[in-house]
Design a protein around this ligand. Sequence first.
Ligand code: FES
Length: 219
Amino acid sequence: MSVRYNAGRRVQVAAGAAPATPGSSRREFLAYALAGSAALFTAGGIVTLTSPDPTSDLLVGKLLPATLNAATGAKSYPISGGFAYPRIPAGTFGGAFTLTQPASSFKIDDAPVLIADGKFYVVKVAPDASVQPAPNADGLVNTANLIAIYQVCTHLGCLVPYIVSEKRFICPCHGSTFERNSQYVRGPAPRNLDQFPVTVVNDLVIVNTGQRVVGYEHA
Ligand code: FES
């Protein structure tokens, strides 16, 4: 048994024991902890990159072969790399919404239909309207000319009601005003209201709230 000093502290070392390497076990622990954190962070990053909905992620859409449900237009994705894809259930914000109202029943002069759970309105616009529907994840624009308008104000995020008497969206917080088709009119909002892509399959209207399309900024 011999006596050594480590960082000013007196320690006993058994005869024949390997020379102590001060702090080595702590360094090893930190190294392992760092490596473990990095691995977890990487795995988390993959999930984050691909969430919330693969139908909204063009990269994942290319990497993972999807199975298309011909009746609803919904896509299913397989388990990949040992991880189950984090799916957001249909009818939940961030996922797909299938409306009960058929596409053919929307009229150009109707007030927007609010789908509160999805935080969006659906309106039919004329083919020459100043704002047109955004393409869906497959690059297709619905021929029913339906726009799903995100209900959240592009200024500071208040929920914007549609004022029927004004035939416009008017934000109650700071007065930003938008046309029925989502186009900015006045107020502090920097751009049009945002959209979600609409897909129409067999007269069913499907809105993907996992893929927000940012509205045009005004000058
Ligand atoms: S949050 Fe809508 S105008 Fe400010």
